[in-house]
Design a protein around this ligand. Structure first.
Ligand SMILES: [Zn+2]
Length: 74
């Protein structure tokens, strides 16, 4: 959730350090525009999660997220 430039975790309500202009703490931002056949007909849903809420969320996954090492672009 974004208020001004401040980002809040939608799950725990905690304010993430930093802003969207000056990123400090990393969070997960999800934005989904649902299509006509989804039952949410053209709605755009978005939310933010802090890292610990992200960890809790993916713990409940039956299949864990894919992980790749970031390759440095040097
Ligand atoms: Zn959180």
């Amino acid at each position: 959730m974004k208020k001004g430039h401040v980002i809040y975790c939608n799950r725990c309500g905690r304010r993430l350090e930093g802003t969207d202009l000056l990123p400090g703490e990393e969070g997960l931002h999800i934005e989904k525009s649902w299509g006509y056949f989804s039952g949410k007909d053209g709605e755009i849903h978005s939310f933010d999660l802090c890292e610990s809420c992200y960890d809790l969320l993916v713990q409940e996954f039956k299949i864990p997220p894919e992980k790749k090492e970031q390759t440095t672009l040097l």
